[in-house]
Design a protein around this ligand. Structure first.
Ligand code: RTP
Ligand code: MG
Length: 166
């Protein structure tokens, strides 16, 4: 009997961990996502305006650092794109100057709402009012990055801000 209870407990614990891995991390009850202002936007001095858009949409910026990616860091961060025709170009671009890495937080839908505010990957296809429409140049130089799912947010936040991911 006790063995059966222990088994059920362990099963629940395992299920909880599997589910937790599929959720975006939280901080003080707020859902988190990973965001980045890319080199083209920083060079064009759009970062202040982009940050105003982020705050106006109700996101809190709980971490922000200006850094320059080493080639190795960029290749690790974008490893899902390794082998794609645009990979080398992407690595050259993302290491071409400083970026601002950020942790965004709000009560809910942080991951999906930040993707919506950024707009489509190609600024030409992005909706009016989105950051990529306003500040992006082309499909590579598209001003910002955002995690594309809660699982990606967990992985990307763990990469740069492990202390925030339990
Ligand atoms: P991100 O990861 O940066 O938020 O962008 P995304 O999800 O909208 O787009 P993704 O497919 O993940 O691509 C990552 C970044 O690679 C560059 N890219 N260039 N055809 C191309 O030349 C091309 N396609 C993508 C962009 O900088 C894109 O954001
Ligand atoms: Mg992506």
């Amino acid at each position: 009997m006790i063995k059966q209870k222990t088994f059920v407990f362990l099963l629940l614990l395992a299920s909880f961990h599997v589910l937790a891995d599929k959720m975006a991390p939280t901080y003080k009850g707020l859902e988190l996502t990973f965001a980045m202002i890319k080199p083209d936007a920083i060079k064009a001095k759009y970062s202040d305006e982009i940050i105003i858009h982020i705050k106006e949409r109700g996101f809190k910026i709980i971490r922000a650092y200006k850094v320059i990616f080493a080639k190795q860091t960029a290749e690790l961060f974008y490893q899902e794109h390794k082998g794609k025709p645009f990979f080398e170009n992407l690595i050259g671009y993302i290491t071409s100057g400083p970026v601002i890495i950020m942790v965004l937080a709000k009560e809910k839908n942080t991951v999906v709402d930040w993707r919506k505010l950024m707009g489509a990957t190609d600024p030409l296809k992005a909706d009016d009012g989105t950051i990529r429409k306003l500040f992006g140049t082309n499909i590579t130089e598209n001003a910002t990055h955002g995690s594309d799912s809660p699982e990606t947010a967990r992985r990307e936040l763990e990469f740069f801000f492990p202390e925030l991911v339990k």
